[in-house]
Design a protein around this ligand. Structure first.
Ligand code: HEC
Length: 137
């Protein structure tokens, strides 16, 4: 019985060892992880930068879709984009605090988590905050 298995497996082992470098490279390419971490500004596998690779929306796109409704007109006390006075104190808290407000909202105000954009990623919200702050300095 054992001999039977050895005879059965021997050709398989031989096949596995007989791979050419090209075949090994092909297999490695096929079993690569689905995604790889790619830092913004870095050119990654498929070409283009990290923003394009993640298919994420730009800060401006997210702002127009999810934030403008309140932040262009100042609805419910929202600081208007471009209003340097309204933003100065907020910018003084540091970007991390503002990202946190964008992602988690400001309790007890009209600023709900992600401005209500349920399909916005954390990074997209950060980009939208960057866009708003850049336009309000
Ligand atoms: C429904 C209205 C509304 C929408 C939509 C909205 N905001 Fe706001 N936002 C507010 C209000 C109101 C405030 C002021 C909260 C306060 O009193 O500090 C605010 C404040 C902020 C602040 C400053 C918070 C701080 O800590 O000083 C940031 C940053 C911000 N919003 C980001 C965003 C982003 C990014 C989006 C879109 C993804 C968004 N907001 C969408 C109403 C809105």
């Amino acid at each position: 019985m054992r001999l039977f298995f050895i005879l059965m497996l021997a050709p398989l082992a031989a096949v596995a060892l007989d791979l050419t470098d090209q075949q090994r490279a092909d297999i490695e390419a096929r079993i690569q992880p689905f995604s790889a971490v790619c830092v913004q500004g870095e050119t990654c596998g498929g070409g283009g930068d990290a923003v394009a690779a993640s298919a994420g929306r730009s800060g401006e796109d997210v702002y127009n879709a999810a934030c403008m409704a309140c932040h262009s007109a100042g609805i419910a006390g929202a600081p208007k984009v471009g209003d340097q006075v309204a933003w100065a104190g907020r910018i003084g808290k540091g970007m991390d605090a503002l990202y946190d407000s964008g992602i988690n909202g400001v309790a007890g105000t009209g600023m709900i988590a992600r401005g209500g954009c349920v399909d916005c990623s954390d990074d997209e919200i950060r980009l939208a905050v960057d866009f708003m702050v850049d336009g309000s300095r």
